[in-house]
Design a protein around this ligand. Structure first.
Ligand code: NAP
Length: 309
């Protein structure tokens, strides 16, 4: 039987190996056919050094998953859409807001699906957290996203270059959850950014945000965390406390752990992508990327000690 969705993948790095390969294999009707990556090679599929070579060599591809660094994603997505392919964008969906907006227009014109994925939104406890917050009177929200960049991003030079997002590479995951679980828009009030003197992207950020009704949100992102790592969102409501921890995997209400599903983020995303393609729809929410852009626009920049990997 011919699969419904023959997928080509661009950028065979950590996330492609760890998550995309097993998730595509677990998606009914989806099949990984080819990979395009400048140096890395994937087992068991056709390999190409570039997207252009893959498009020429595999005319039967239905969709392309973009897993390369954000700085080079727009040109590739543009070429894939121009070739009539459905496109799955890893997060962040681009290096700028305007290029993703251009892709939305292009996908619509081509009549194909564009999916800007936010994997953290598919973490097991995010939907239950959103449900708990619905209709509740909230007092304040605290986001703590602190991880050791040497452990999680070894040798990823792109992350420190302009357009690589620095600490906002994980921080945007927190913002993607925040904008999913709160039931009103989130605005940026203040942003303090610390950038190593030998790098172009921040190593730490402290943000004040608020909802349109004025609920205060404080967020701290830090790449220098050693010891315990934190990916937590805490909410104080009039009638209780919610803690969403482990990047959205765990939920506690008033200190009591809540049962959540054990399904992984990426299988859920590929199921959603396949459904979008089947139903001829796109799904591109720019809210997390806009908040990062706002943090850079309003940022008070401070140069800090050099960072060496
Ligand atoms: P990575 O390990 O550095 O891999 C990036 C890959 O992109 C490399 O293997 C490289 O290929 C390829 N690449 C570089 N320039 C390219 C180009 N011009 N055309 C095609 N491929 C190119 O990075 P990663 O961690 O997988 O992250 C990639 C994206 O996924 C980022 O946007 C990141 O935010 C996102 N993401 C990462 C994680 C994570 O835990 N790592 C989680 C979720 C999302 P070669 O090896 O062939 O040189």
């Amino acid at each position: 039987m011919t699969p419904d969705l023959r997928i080509g993948l661009v950028g065979f790095g950590k996330i492609a190996r760890d998550q995309h390969l097993p998730a595509i294999a677990a998606t009914p009707g989806a099949k990984l056919v080819a990979v395009a990556s400048p140096h890395s090679r994937a087992p068991g599929v056709a390999n190409y050094p570039s997207l252009e070579a893959m498009l020429a060599g595999e005319p039967g591809l239905d969709a392309i998953a973009m897993c390369q660094p954000p700085q080079v994603r727009y040109q590739a997505a543009r070429a894939a859409l121009a070739a009539g392919k459905h496109v799955f964008l890893e997060k962040p969906p681009g290096a700028t807001v305007s290029e993703v907006e251009a892709l939305i227009v292009q996908a619509k014109g081509q009549g194909v699906t564009l999916f800007a994925s936010w994997h953290s939104r598919h973490a097991a406890a995010v939907a239950p957290a959103r449900a708990w917050l619905d209709g509740r009177a909230l007092r304040k929200v605290t986001v703590t996203w602190k991880e050791d960049v040497r452990h999680w991003h070894p040798g990823q030079t792109w992350i420190w270059q302009a357009g690589g997002f620095g600490v906002f590479d994980p921080g945007i995951n927190a913002l993607s959850i925040l904008t999913e679980i709160l039931h009103e828009p989130v605005l940026l009030s203040r942003s303090d950014l610390e950038t190593p003197s030998n790098r172009q992207a921040p190593i730490a950020a402290s943000l004040s945000l608020r909802t349109t009704s004025g609920i205060p949100i404080e967020a701290v992102f830090d790449f220098r965390q050693t010891g315990p790592q934190s990916w937590d969102i805490a909410v104080e409501a009039e009638d209780g406390r919610m803690l969403l921890s482990d990047g959205g995997a765990k939920l506690a209400i008033d200190g009591a752990a809540q049962a959540t599903s054990r399904e992984g983020e990426y299988p859920a995303m590929y199921r959603h992508f396949a459904e979008l393609v089947r139903s001829g729809r796109s799904d591109v929410d720019l809210a997390p990327l806009r908040l990062v852009a706002d943090a850079f626009l309003c940022g008070r920049f401070r140069s800090v000690e050099p960072f060496e990997d």
